[in-house]
Design a protein around this ligand. Structure first.
Ligand SMILES: CC(=O)NCC[C@H](N)C(=O)O
Length: 132
C-alpha cells in the first residue's frame, strides 16, 4: 500500500506551478496504477486554454466557482462544488475561475510528473519524471 498526504506532497517536487494553476501530483505513472491523481488549484480570475490530445481527464470541483467552455461548440458549463466534468473526447476547452477552485483530477494515461501545457494546451506523453 502507498500512503501520502496532501501536506507532504505540497512541500515537495510534486507541486507544479502552471501559471494559472498549481497542481499537487499525489499519484503518478511510476506508482503503476494506470492513472494519476492530482489536487489542482485554479487561480481566481484566470482563463486557461487546455487541449489534452494525449490524455483523458476527469475533474471534480471541491471548492470555488468558475466555468468550462468546450471550444468546438461554444457551450459553457458552470462549475461549483460537487460538479464533475469529464473530458471523454479529448475536448479542447477553456477553463475559467471566478474564485480559486480546488479540483481533484484523474488522468489516463497517468502523468509522469513534471508536465505543463505546451503552446496548444497539450501535455506530452513523454513528460519528465519526478525524482522523489
Ligand atoms: C483542471 C486542469 O486540467 N487543470 C490543469 C492542471 C491539471 N489538472 C494537472 O493536474 O496537471
Amino acid at each position: 500500500m502507498i500512503v501520502r498526504t496532501l501536506k507532504d506532497c505540497k512541500n515537495s517536487e510534486r507541486a507544479i506551478n502552471g501559471g494559472t494553476w498549481e497542481s499537487v501530483r499525489m499519484l503518478l505513472k511510476n506508482d503503476n496504477m494506470g492513472f494519476s491523481f492530482h489536487i489542482t488549484t485554479i487561480f481566481a480570475n484566470t482563463e486557461t486554454p487546455i487541449w489534452y490530445q494525449n490524455h483523458l481527464e476527469s475533474v471534480y470541483c471541491m471548492s470555488g466557482r468558475g466555468e468550462v467552455e468546450t471550444v468546438a461548440d461554444g457551450k459553457i458549463y458552470p462549475i461549483e462544488p460537487g460538479t464533475l466534468y469529464i473530458l471523454d473526447k479529448n475536448d479542447k476547452h477553456l477553463l475559467r475561475a471566478s474564485e480559486d477552485m480546488e479540483m481533484a483530477c484523474v488522468f489516463n494515461p497517468p502523468l509522469n510528473g513534471k508536465e505543463v501545457h505546451d503552446e496548444n494546451g497539450v501535455y506530452a506523453l513523454d513528460g519528465e519524471t519526478l525524482t522523489d
